[in-house]
Ligand binder design. Sequence first.
Ligand code: MN
Length: 405
Amino acid sequence: MISISDQSDFSIHNIPFGIFSTADRSKRAGCAIGHQIIDLQVLADKIDLGFDRQVLSAETLNNFIGLGKQVTSHLRARIQAWLRDDASVLYAQEGIFVEQSDAQMHMPVHVGDYTDFYSSIEHATNVGKMFRDPANALLPNWRHLPVGYHGRASSIVVSGAPLHRPCGQLMPKGADQPIYGPTGRLDFELEMAFIIGKENGLGNPISVNDAEDYIFGMVIFNDWSARDIQKWEYVPLGPFLGKNFGSSISPWIVTMEALDHFRVSGPTQQPAVLDYLSSSGDRNYDISLEVGIQPHGSEEAVVCRSNFKYMYWNMCQQLAHHTVNGCNVRIGDMLASGTISGKDESSYGSMLELSWAGSKSLPMTDGTERKFIHDGDTVKMRAFAQKDGRRVGFGEVSTQILPHK
Ligand code: MN
């Protein structure tokens, strides 16, 4: 039987899905277990899984996810049972296990549409204080609906893919004309994103109580931001080139079944929300988050520790709100939380907040300091849930910033 460290994100309780390749295996579906991957294409060659195995040889998981939770949850449960059984097909056959260190990870889904919310009250308050009015940091709508905007799906990349520092239009302080140049305020945003697993069809709102059926799983989401470009362009319509140059995700999709054990209640919502947003039960998740910055050639410094449970608006409310006007969501769509900040300064989920708009610096391990991200820096985000001796993690999303083109 396979032995897995207690500290592994990929315990038997997890079984996340992803797309990988190796030197001699084309892109295909796999599950992470410990430091290994179960090759689902090879598994399907050995045993009839009860569905069209072609979906496991595709370059993305969209068609597999589209089979529905009845199929995907059942496969996950069978893998868990097989892992516990020395006589199972997993151990009887050659070539099913692959070392993660031998594999390259790819985008797990084709993302048709990406939406970014703004659902942490601490983050929205911090940004409102810095960019607007310290006395009225939250706009009047903020506590009544999960504010969001439609982002750019084409530039979402997987962990390990580097990004170039973006250039754009900037308005230097005190100047009366904008200039063109590289951003001087490159920032990360610590977020989680959920992936749509079931379609509603145009014109059919998803109710807040049905929303969980439509969510396949989650990844860590780094919503890269260029604060100077953003600040100049975002009024009156919201973020555009300050955001659409790249977002990075962790490669393994952790299913909602795996996260079920880590449900917690969310913050009290005051004033009460409209009926279509009103839900009961534990809809938040206790997932520890951290961000590290690794300067080129040096060790990483952890700059933020936060938690997904701080979210003011939960995913079911976000999805109900997103579709209440009849907007359709499709399999593979990605809906990100917005920056996840906590109350404590060390839990702020962006450099904008950690450096308080560049008014203070964070120490790095090599003696340098950061207000924003430098060329050559690698930003790493990690996420895991742990309770009752059970650990379910996401691994990490790691992205190096290269100089501008
Ligand atoms: Mn964001």
